[in-house]
Design a protein around this ligand. Structure first.
Ligand SMILES: Nc1nc2c(c(=O)[nH]1)N[C@H]1C(S)=C(S)[C@@H](COP(=O)(O)OP(=O)(O)OC[C@H]3O[C@@H](n4cnc5c(=O)[nH]c(N)nc54)[C@H](O)[C@@H]3O)O[C@H]1N2
Ligand SMILES: Nc1nc2c(c(=O)[nH]1)N[C@H]1C(S)=C(S)[C@@H](COP(=O)(O)OP(=O)(O)OC[C@H]3O[C@@H](n4cnc5c(=O)[nH]c(N)nc54)[C@H](O)[C@@H]3O)O[C@H]1N2
Ligand code: SF4
Ligand SMILES: [Mo]
Length: 711
C-alpha cells in the first residue's frame, strides 16, 4: 500500500488529504496534520472518498439513450455523434442554440471553466452558464452599482468583529470574508474568539455558527434588506461611521442617510421579529470594530430583493471604512491570480455594465460578466423563436433538482434536441439525457486550488497529480472540450496559448495554459505541493495620482427600492400568488454536513446518516399542526407542492421550515420521499418575484402553507 498527498474536491474548500492506495483502489483518506493552513481538517464527505470510488453504480463509460433506458456506447462513437449534432444545430439555428452549464461538480475541476468559456468564444455562442448565476449572483453584480475597493475589504484574521448574515461556515465551509472557508473552521473560529473577536450572526436558525455568537439575531427570513437599512439608520444617526473615509471616498451619503430614516429600530424590530434593543446593540457592536466586515450567505442571497440586500451590506462596510489602507499588508494577494497591484482607491461603479450584456430572450434579463443567467435557461429552451436553446451540455451539475422551478426545468430538459451530461453518477438530470458521459473523479486528475485562491486566509496554494488511474472510459472536463474542438475544428485560446489540437495534452499542460499568468508559476506550485508563500510581501499602494472614483452609496434606483420595501408588510409580497392568510410559514434553505447539494447519498456510510432531506420545524409548530416527528407534511407555495418528512428542531424560530435543497428526483411527485427526499425547487417560481438584475428566483424565505398528510 502507498500513501499519496492530494486535496479533496468534493467541495470548494480544498482540504489537503493523505490517500492510501492499493493499485488503483482508494483505501483510506485522512487529513494532513502538518498542513500549515488546514491543520488536519477534513469533513465526513472527504473521508468517505473511497466509497465514491467503489460505488457500483458509478457511470464508467458513455451511455446513449435507447427508448426509456440507455445502452453503453464506445467513447469515440458518442463524441462523434455529439459533435455532429452540435455542428448541425449551429449550422441550422446559429451558435446561440448551443448552451453549456457548469455546476458545482464542474467547478472543482480547475480547467473546466476556462476551457468551456473559451470554447463558447470560439464557436461564437453566448449561451455559457454556470451555477454562479444561481448562487448569490448579486455578489457579482452589486459592485457594478456601488463600486469596489481596489485593495479589498478586511479579512477575517485581522477582524475585531464579524457579522454573518445567513451563512453557516461550520457546516458549509463557506464564508464571504474568507477566514472560515479553506481552513479548519473550528480552530480558526476559536482562535478568533480567544483574541477577542466579536461574532454577530443573523439567522432564523440557531446554527452551528450561531452557537458561537456573541449576539444572535434570530430573524424572520427574507427581511435582511430591512435589517440592514435599520443598522445603517443607527450607525449614521449616531455618527458611528468613519467620517473621514466617507468624506474622501463616498458619494451621496446624505441621500443614503435620508433613505434609511424610515427604518428606525422599533420598526425594523417588528418587521424582522427581533427586539429594538437587539438592532441597536448589533449596530453598535459592528460599528465599534475597528476592523471587520459584514457579509451575506445563501440565505439572504436567495431571498427576495437580494441585489438591494447586497448593496446595503456593502454600504455598511463602506461607511464604517472597513477597507485595506495604504501600507497595510495584504494577507493573501492570490497565488494563481495575476500579480496585480493593490491600491487604496475606489474602483468606479459601472452600472452601465449591467445594461450592456447579451440580452436574454425572457424577463428583460441580461448576461453579465461573460455568462448568461442560469435562472432563465429553462425558458431559453422552452420559448419558441429565434435564438432558442436546443442543445445543452451539463458539466458536473444537476439542473432537474438544483435549478429554480423544477416543473419548468423538467419540461425544458425534455424539450431539448440534445442533452449531454458529464457526471460520475446517473443523476435525475442524467436520466433525461441523450448521452451520459462518465466523468473522472477528482483523485483521477491533476488540479490546483483555483476556487479558494483569493479566499485563503494566507497566501496558500496546493497542486495535486492524479493519485489513481481512471476507472473506465471516463473524461476530465477539459478532455470533453478538447474532443469536441478537435471534431469541430475550433481553437480554444487560453491565457498561455491555444489548447493543442493535433495531439492530446496532459492535465499539467492544460493547467499551465489556463494559469499562465499566475503570481507563482504553476510548475513551482506543483513542485511545492501545499505551501504558504509568506515571502510574497504585497503591501497596499497609495491611490494613483488623480484617482477620483467614489462609492455610489445611494443611486436613485436603490433609494426607490428602499421606499418600496418600506411600503411592504413583508418581503413575500414580491410573489404575486402570496396570500398572508394561507402562506403562514417561510421555507429556508440549509446545508447538511454529510452531503453536497445533490451529491452524497450514493456513498453507503453517508446514506446511513439519512436518506431524506428532513423538513425541520419548531416543536410547537409541529404540535399545532397535530403532527409528530417523522410524520409526512405537505408543503405548498404559490407555485407547487412537495411532501416532506417532518422533524422537530428547537434551534428554529417559529413559523420557519428549514430544508436542504436538491434532493429527490424529476418525477414531480414524492411517493419515495423517505428513500430519496424531495426537491424544494418544485416550490420555486423562476418568473415571479425574481430579482430584476440577476434573475435570482425566491429560493429562500419562500412563503408556504404546511399541512399534515393524513394517512
Ligand atoms: N432551493 C434551492 N435551490 C438551490 C440552492 C438553495 O440553497 N436552495 N442552492 C443553489 C446553489 S448555491 C448551487 S451552487 C446550485 C448547485 O447546482 P448544481 O451544481 O447543478 O447541483 P449539484 O447537486 O451540486 O450537482 C453537481 C453534480 O456534479 C457531479 N460531480 C461531482 N464531482 C464531479 C467532477 O469532478 N466532475 C464532474 N463532471 N461532475 C462531478 C455530482 O455528481 C453532481 O451530480 O444549486 C442551487 N439551488
Ligand atoms: N456540507 C455542505 N457544504 C456545502 C454545501 C452543501 O450542500 N453541504 N453546499 C456548498 C454550496 S453550493 C454553497 S453555495 C455554500 C453555501 O454556504 P452557506 O451560505 O453557509 O449555506 P447554508 O449552510 O445553507 O447557510 C445558509 C443560512 O442562511 C439561513 N437563512 C435562510 N434564509 C435566510 C434569510 O432570509 N435571512 C437570513 N439572515 N438567513 C437566512 C439558513 O437558516 C442557513 O443557516 O455551501 C457549500 N458547502
Ligand atoms: S470540507 Fe469540502 S474539501 Fe474539505 S473534506 Fe469536506 S468536502 Fe472535502
Ligand atoms: Mo452554491
Amino acid at each position: 500500500m502507498e500513501t499519496r498527498r492530494s486535496f479533496c474536491r468534493i467541495c470548494h474548500a480544498a482540504c489537503p488529504i493523505e490517500v492510501d492506495v492499493e493499485g488503483s483502489t482508494v483505501v483510506a483518506v485522512r487529513g494532513v496534520k502538518d498542513d500549515p493552513l488546514f491543520e488536519g481538517y477534513t469533513c465526513v464527505k472527504g473521508r468517505h472518498l473511497p466509497e465514491q470510488h467503489a460505488d457500483p453504480h458509478r457511470v464508467r463509460g458513455p451511455l446513449r439513450r435507447d427508448g426509456d433506458g440507455f445502452v453503453p456506447v464506445g467513447l469515440g462513437q458518442a463524441l462523434d455523434d455529439i459533435a455532429a449534432t452540435i455542428g448541425r444545430i449551429i449550422a441550422e439555428h446559429g451558435p446561440r442554440a448551443v448552451a453549456t452549464y457548469i455546476g458545482t461538480g464542474g467547478f472543482q475541476s480547475s480547467t473546466a471553466v476556462a476551457t468551456t468559456r473559451m470554447w463558447h468564444r470560439a464557436v461564437a455562442s453566448p449561451s455559457f452558464h454556470t451555477s454562479i448565476t444561481i448562487d448569490q449572483p448579486a455578489k457579482t453584480t452589486a459592485p457594478a452599482r456601488i463600486g469596489w475597493w481596489d485593495a479589498g475589504f478586511h479579512s477575517f484574521r485581522s477582524s475585531d468583529v464579524s457579522m454573518a448574515l445567513g451563512y453557516n461556515s461550520l457546516v458549509s465551509s463557506y464564508a464571504p470574508q474568507g477566514g472560515l472557508q479553506g481552513t479548519n473552521p473550528f480552530v480558526e473560529l476559536r482562535r478568533a474568539k480567544a483574541r477577542g473577536m466579536k461574532l454577530i450572526v443573523v439567522d432564523p436558525r440557531r446554527t452551528e455558527l450561531a452557537s458561537f455568537a456573541d449576539l444572535h439575531l434570530q430573524v424572520l427570513p427574507g427581511e435582511d434588506a430591512t435589517l440592514l437599512a435599520g443598522l445603517l439608520h443607527v450607525v449614521l444617526r449616531d455618527g458611528l461611521h468613519d467620517v473621514a473615509f466617507c468624506e474622501a471616498h463616498v458619494d451621496r451619503l446624505a441621500e443614503l442617510e435620508a433613505a434609511v430614516v424610515p427604518f428606525p429600530p422599533a420598526y425594523v424590530a417588528e418587521r424582522c421579529g427581533v427586539t429594538a434593543d437587539e438592532v441597536v446593540v448589533a449596530a453598535r457592536l459592528f460599528a465599534a470594530g475597528p476592523r471587520g466586515i459584514a457579509g451575506t450567505g445563501t440565505g439572504p442571497g436567495m431571498s427576495p430583493r437580494c441585489s438591494l440586500t447586497e448593496h446595503l451590506v456593502t454600504a455598511l462596510n463602506v461607511v464604517c471604512g472597513r477597507v485595506n489602507r495604504a501600507g497595510d499588508r495584504i494577507n493573501n494577494p492570490g497565488i494563481l491570480g495575476g500579480g496585480r497591484p493593490f491600491r487604496a482607491q475606489v474602483v468606479a461603479p459601472r452600472p452601465e455594465a449591467l445594461t450592456r450584456g447579451e440580452p436574454s430572450r425572457v424577463r428583460g434579463l441580461r448576461g453579465y460578466r461573460g455568462q448568461m443567467p442560469t435562472n432563465a435557461l429553462a425558458d431559453e429552451i422552452l420559448e419558441p423563436g429565434e435564438g432558442r436553446v436546443r442543445a445543452l451540455v451539463v458539466i458536473g451539475g444537476n439542473p432537474v433538482v438544483a435549478w429554480p422551478d423544477q416543473r419548468k426545468t423538467v419540461d425544458a430538459m425534455a424539450a431539448l434536441e440534445l442533452l449531454v451530461v458529464l457526471d460520475h453518477r446517473l443523476t435525475p438530470t442524467a436520466e433525461m439525457a441523450h448521452f451520459v458521459l462518465g466523468s473522472k473523479l477528482p483523485l483521477e486528475r491533476a488540479d490546483v486550488t483555483h476556487i479558494m485562491d483569493p479566499w485563503f486566509e494566507a497566501p496558500y496554494a496546493n497542486y495535486t497529480d492524479a493519485v489513481v488511474e481512471p476507472d473506465g472510459e471516463v473524461l476530465n472536463e477539459w478532455e470533453l472540450i478538447w474532443e469536441l474542438s478537435r471534431r469541430m475544428g475550433t481553437t480554444v485560446e487560453l491565457p498561455g496559448g491555444p489548447l493543442p489540437i493535433d495531439r492530446k495534452p496532459t492535465d499539467d499542460e492544460v493547467i499551465a495554459l489556463a494559469y499562465a499568468t499566475s503570481r507563482v508559476p504553476v510548475g513551482e506550485i506543483r513542485r511545492n505541493g501545499a505551501r504558504i508563500y509568506d515571502e510574497l510581501e504585497v503591501v497596499v499602494e497609495p491611490a494613483e495620482p488623480g484617482a477620483s472614483a467614489r462609492f455610489a452609496l445611494a443611486p436613485p434606483d436603490i433609494v426607490a427600492e428602499l421606499a418600496e420595501v418600506r411600503a411592504e408588510a413583508s418581503s413575500a409580497v414580491v410573489l404575486s400568488g402570496f396570500d398572508p392568510e394561507v402562506h403562514t410559514f417561510r421555507l429556508v434553505s440549509r446545508r447538511l454536513k454529510a452531503v453536497l447539494n445533490s451529491l452524497g447519498t450514493e456513498m453507503p456510510s453517508i446514506r446511513s446518516k439519512g436518506s431524506t432531506n428532513l423538513a425541520y420545524l419548531h416543536p410547537d409548530d409541529l404540535a399545532d399542526l397535530g403532527a409528530a416527528d417523522g410524520d409526512l407534511v405537505e408543503i405548498s407555495s404559490p407555485r407547487g407542492t412537495i411532501v416532506g418528512v417532518a422533524a422537530a428542531a428547537d434551534d428554529l424560530r417559529r413559523g420557519v421550515v428549514s430544508m436542504a435543497h436538491s434532493w429527490g428526483d424529476g418525477r414531480l411527485h414524492d411517493e419515495r420521499v423517505r428513500e430519496i427526499g424531495t426537491p424544494t425547487n418544485r416550490l420555486v417560481d423562476n418568473a415571479d418575484g425574481f430579482d430584476p438584475i440577476t434573475g435570482q428566483a425566491v429560493q429562500s424565505a419562500i412563503p408556504v402553507l404546511v399541512r399534515p398528510v393524513r394517512p
